[in-house]
Design a protein around this ligand. Structure first.
Ligand SMILES: Cc1cc2nc3c(=O)[nH]c(=O)nc-3n(C[C@H](O)[C@H](O)[C@H](O)COP(=O)(O)O)c2cc1C
Ligand code: SF4
Ligand code: SF4
Length: 272
């Protein structure tokens, strides 16, 4: 997947791609023509050259999901502030779900929204796993409860699990689906660990907001990422390798809220 050049038949030499490319791929040659520097190898497929070109003249290899639609040049006309603000305020972490699977088509829409989240250096290292088998979700919950017992104030894993079973609770609230974000590589450098965590948070938030707009409910379940470093057997249950940096439940909410919840004001320096 890459940007590989300019289609000279289409290019109008408008020069708009030049300032858009942070990596300096486009320049004017001695004949006054905009050209693509093939000797560079630093393109991070940000796609800005593709997005700006009025002639659709950027040649790409294996990049086939570029779209255009009304509002692409003025996103505020697609969803105005009032609508997005209300969606954010109406969104709750859902802890009661209907016993009803989400159709594949809607699940795919949630993933599609996460595909277009930003990530540090456009690294896009996320990998996803979706669990939809109730027994597997229950088994995962049990293992995580046993692992996280101290965090929840229990004396042992067995005691924690016994309590959860006695009240019929799962850390996934009996949601029909759990989406897990993981990385194959375990980062060692503090900056990279931070970037991967940021990438995960943003991608999952995109997914959760998309789910909200589809009439679905979600809840981030931090206990998954918290348990994995303490108990690597959880990775065996999931049949994945690496590190988990986020998970959320997905399903139809069995609750309808009537008003927003209160939140303390933000602490903001420099705003009068
Ligand atoms: C990183 C993170 C981890 C979370 N972990 C859990 C969790 O393990 N279980 C849970 O029920 N909620 C979890 N939540 C949901 C928060 O408790 C919830 O967002 C917060 O109470 C605010 O409620 P609201 O999302 O309904 O506005 C988590 C949220 C975040 C952002
Ligand atoms: S995709 Fe981004 S980095 Fe690559 S050539 Fe285009 S503008 Fe430059
Ligand atoms: S933006 Fe497109 S049309 Fe304009 S110079 Fe670059 S490649 Fe050519």
């Amino acid at each position: 997947m890459s940007v590989i050049g300019i289609d000279k038949e289409k290019c109008s030499n408008c020069k708009q791609c030049i300032p858009e490319c942070g990596r300096g791929y486009f320049y004017v040659n001695e004949n006054g023509e905009v050209v693509f520097n093939e000797s560079l190898n630093t393109c991070n497929i940000c796609g800005h050259c593709i997005a700006i070109c009025p002639e659709d003249a950027i040649i790409t290899k294996n990049l086939n999901d570029v779209e255009t639609f009304p509002g692409i040049d003025s996103p505020e006309t697609i969803v105005d502030y009032d609508k997005i603000y209300k969606l954010i305020r109406a969104k709750r972490s859902i802890r009661r779900y209907k016993a009803k699977k989400v159709p594949q088509e809607l699940i795919e829409k949630v993933f599609k929204a996460m595909r277009y989240a930003p990530s540090a250096s456009n690294a896009r290292k996320w990998r996803y796993l979706i669990l939809s088998n109730p027994e597997k979700i229950e088994a995962l919950s049990d293992e995580i409860v046993k692992t996280n017992y101290a965090y929840m104030g229990f004396q042992s894993g067995e005691q924690a699990l016994k309590y959860f079973k006695s009240i019929g609770r799962s850390i996934f609230y009996k949601a029909p689906h759990v989406i897990i974000l993981y990385y194959r590589t375990v980062e060692k450098n503090a900056t990279m660990i931070g970037f991967r965590a940021n990438d995960a948070g943003i991608a999952l938030t995109y997914g959760m907001l998309a789910a909200e707009s589809l009439g679905l409910g979600t809840c981030w379940i931090g206990m998954v990422q918290g348990a994995v470093p303490m108990n690597r057997e959880i990775l065996d249950i999931l049949d994945i390798k690496g590190m988990v940096l986020g998970a959320f439940t997905l399903g139809y909410p069995a609750v309808k809220y009537r008003r927003t919840v209160p939140r303390p004001p933000l602490k903001i320096k420099g705003l009068d």
